[in-house]
Design a protein around this ligand. Sequence first.
Ligand SMILES: [Zn+2]
Length: 81
Amino acid sequence: MSKEQRFMYCNSCRKEVLAQKSETQHIIHFILTIVFALLWLPIAFFYVIFWVFIALSNSSSSFKCTTCDSSNISTNLPQNP
Ligand SMILES: [Zn+2]
């Protein structure tokens, strides 16, 4: 599973840190769905359900600080540091 990375401000560390977020590999899941469909269609059906579940759990997850693992993180630097 790949990670989306970006520099953000961590409210726990009180500094700019590298933050990570899980990303869904839609192309890999699509290819696997085709492979499963060629092997046995019911397997592909269950795999699509799994894919949707992974995509939903990743989209609801937020960026986390790589230093302290806190999700108390913001895109903007604080006004009064
Ligand atoms: Zn932190």
